[in-house]
Design a protein. Sequence first.
Length: 86
Amino acid sequence: MRELDQLNLFPRHLRLTRINTACNMSRFYSLQIQPDLFGGYTLIKEWGRIGSGGRIHHETFEHEVQAMDTLLAFECRKRRRGYCAS
């Protein structure tokens, strides 16, 4: 039960942007965790140019903790590349 209480501290939805007008760069990256119909969890990753539909990729996990770990790893990687929360 304690593990579930700790999971509430982490975001289940995250939107990052990277804008550099000198390079004509305007990108977004969105991460969202949702429960699926089979008792597992899906990490939905969407990325692309701001104003476009973007690309979407789904990754399924058996446990919410695994999905959270992957979300936090992607967030860390994107922040190192210059993305910030919007």
